[in-house]
Design a protein around this ligand. Structure first.
Ligand SMILES: Nc1ncnc2c1ncn2[C@@H]1O[C@H](COP(=O)(O)OP(=O)(O)OP(=O)(O)O)[C@@H](O)[C@H]1O
Length: 261
């Protein structure tokens, strides 16, 4: 078993009277993919935000690489190797794709932006080379000079992932990366996520409503209901768990559309 990269201990988050995350305990080993599922409002995004540091927990502990990061700033966590993408695209529409990707270096490189503005040519070249390699890695080689808006929506999602890779993460947090993608794009995205795990040894925590994608890539699936972990296990165990199907009350066809494995 790989050693744990991310550990959540008795994690809680309250928003006034709303107990959004309750006593969550999860361990994510290195180079594995954890999929988070649960009905709307179950606490998935809140949990991801606490891992990235944009929200502080009301109680509990987060450990990354054996270090306590519970209250560390998002910037510090980026520099430690935790990068994320967002539900809504956050690309800069008037910058070429290569620059959009290179900007991701800003997460770990304090001078990232300045380098891109022409200071320190050798460093600028290195950043550009790395950005080009990351564009290649997500299948967007050849699109360096185009603007994000000239790419399909699916490719814009990949562009966001390429930008996150510039932070040289060991943990990548993906919030609904398949939202708005067609079937082919979703399948390509799933292949990309698996390649990042297998070729770069990346650890991934993924929120995804597209069950085909989530079940295809996750090593472990954790089911959140009303802020608490109902159960966690391998995708096949989760799909056959009557408690999980019941938790999606009114959505009892939740696993019906899964493509045959
Ligand atoms: N900033 C906030 N202030 C107050 N309540 C919040 C805040 N953020 C989230 N909540 C509440 O916390 C609960 C969990 O929300 P969260 O967005 O984490 O769920 P989710 O599982 O990601 O839902 P979805 O699948 O719809 O995105 C909900 O009841 C939500 O209304």
């Amino acid at each position: 078993m790989n050693s744990p990269l991310l550990e959540l201990h008795a994690l809680n988050k309250r928003f006034g009277g709303v107990h959004a995350v309750r006593d969550v305990a999860l361990t994510v080993p290195e180079a594995t993919i954890l999929g988070l599922i649960g009905p709307n409002g179950a606490g998935k995004t809140t949990l991801l935000n606490m891992i990235s540091g944009t929200l502080l927990p009301s109680g509990g502990e987060i450990r990354f690489n054996q270090r306590r990061v519970t209250t560390a700033s998002p910037e510090k966590r980026c520099r430690m190797g935790i990068m994320r993408t967002f539900q809504n695209l956050s690309l800069l529409s008037d910058l070429p794709n290569l620059d959009n990707v290179a900007l991701g270096a800003n997460a770990w490189h304090r001078n990232g932006l300045r380098d891109l503005c022409g200071f320190g040519r050798a460093r600028e070249q290195r950043l550009r080379d790395e950005a080009r390699a990351n564009l290649e890695a997500v299948g967007l080689g050849g699109h360096e000079a185009a603007l994000p808006g000239e790419l399909s929506y699916g490719n814009q999602r990949k562009l966001e992932i390429a930008r996150a890779l510039m932070g040289r993460p060991s943990l990548l947090l993906l919030d609904e990366p398949a939202a708005g993608l067609n079937n082919r794009e979703s399948q390509e995205l799933a292949e990309l996520i698996l390649a990042l795990r297998d070729e770069r040894q990346l650890t991934v925590v993924l929120i995804e409503h597209d069950m085909d994608v989530l079940m295809a890539v996750s090593d472990t699936v954790a089911v959140l209901v009303e802020g608490a972990v109902l159960t966690s296990g391998a995708p096949r165990e989760i799909q056959g768990d009557a408690r999980v199907i019941e938790a999606y009350l009114g959505q009892d066809d939740i696993f019906d559309d899964l493509a045959d494995a």
